[in-house]
Design a protein around this ligand. Structure first.
Ligand code: SF4
Ligand code: SF4
Length: 361
């Protein structure tokens, strides 16, 4: 299981798309459970992976270090806005399997939503990471909004040399906030986002052909994996079935976004066995009868349970998933031919599943 630990609800940024504040939460702002309770819970799972999350987890650097020093986990993952990365001692940095760094693309788009000067600070700290000996996977984790042109921003991040991002993932700001914050959602999807996804996929395949290289673009890798291998009616993000969020008071919830709702609660680290949280929650209609359920897996448990934009908004969001799947199906034959010819290897498409990349944006 992957356990996502919310080390704090406080954050040192105030991004426009994030409505999460410590004050507005039903949970305590800082961790109230003891280290021994957490250890006792996590170590009952021999394959446990720990992901640090917040708020901004590095505001609780000392707690993070204590957890890494005292609890056995298969891997450690860090998801951070990067502002405090320079404070993490090299011997801890080197122990991370994966670091997901929040950055939305070029400077103007990152600073537009995360605050002026953020891009420069994040880039500076990302450079330090490698200098300090971090050898794991560095993921550029984007939040995509109405201001985003996905094509140039993804290309920008993939082409950076210092820092070099091993991979890119993005999540669209769909259904977490009020729909009325989008000025023209339909135009953005059909005129901007979907056509640029097509261009990105075409470039992705061109790079495979010309350079025998598979760029690690998570939404493409995850969907292709299910197209080529077994379809699975499971959420790619893992929420509620293989990936659980530990809230600051020890409640286990399917994910941080829906943690304020009782329907999302699965147990408590005091008295729940970690393996009993496996397969606890799943999506329901309309996903369960959707023709691409086996590929999409349901996109988002929170959105599926609460339908914040209604049925209509749900369908509109799904049109991005249908487009992504259709375009990857269109190139699937070419990719499989490259695999059969030996130009590409199966391992070129492998990725660490449930590593906090939700796959379906
Ligand atoms: S495309 Fe939409 S309806 Fe279909 S499985 Fe995905 S989220 Fe559910
Ligand atoms: S995609 Fe998964 S992890 Fe993200 S908000 Fe939805 S349920 Fe939670």
């Amino acid at each position: 299981m992957i356990f996502n630990l919310q080390l704090t609800l406080h954050c040192n940024l105030n991004c426009t798309y994030c409505q999460a504040t410590a004050e507005g939460s039903i949970f305590p702002p800082r961790v109230t459970y003891s280290l021994s309770t957490l250890k006792n819970f996590i170590e009952k799972d021999p394959d446990a992976v720990i992901a640090f999350y917040g708020g901004e987890p590095l505001l609780e650097l000392s707690l993070m270090e204590q957890i890494m020093d005292s609890i056995k986990a298969k891997y450690f993952i860090l998801q951070t806005n990067g502002l405090l990365l320079h404070k993490v001692p090299p011997n801890y940095l080197r122990r991370f399997h994966t670091i997901l760094l929040s950055i939305d693309g070029r400077e103007h788009i990152t600073d537009l939503h995360r605050g002026r000067g953020t891009y420069k600070k994040v880039i500076k700290n990302a450079r330090l990471l490698r200098e300090k000996g971090f050898q794991g996977e560095l993921i550029a984790r984007m939040t995509v909004t109405e201001d985003t042109d996905i094509y140039p921003e993804v290309n920008w991040l993939l082409n950076l040399e210092n820092p070099h991002f091993d991979s890119v993932h993005w999540q669209i700001d769909f259904m977490f906030n009020d729909r009325s914050l989008w000025k023209d959602l339909e135009s953005w999807i059909f005129k901007k986002y979907n056509p640029q996804i097509t261009r990105l996929i075409e470039d992705w395949v061109e790079t495979m052909k010309k350079q025998s290289k598979v760029l690690k673009i998570y939404p493409f890798l995850g969907v292709l994996d299910r197209l080529i291998h077994e379809p699975s009616a499971k959420l790619h993000c893992g929420a509620g079935w293989i990936w659980q969020n530990i809230c600051t008071n020890g409640i286990i919830a399917a994910c941080p976004v829906g943690a304020d709702f009782k329907e999302f609660h699965i147990g408590n680290i005091e008295d729940t066995h970690p393996l009993d949280t496996y397969n606890a929650l799943h999506v329901s209609a309309p996903c369960t009868t959707c023709e691409i359920f086996g590929i999409c897996g349901g996109r988002c448990l929170y959105a599926n349970m609460f339908k914040p934009w209604g049925e209509d908004g749900y369908r509109l969001v799904c049109s991005t998933v249908f487009h992504l799947v259709k375009e990857l199906r269109r190139v699937q034959g070419e990719i499989q031919a490259l695999l059969h010819s030996g130009k590409l290897k199966k391992k070129d498409f492998e990725y660490f599943k449930y590593n906090c990349c939700e796959i379906i944006p």
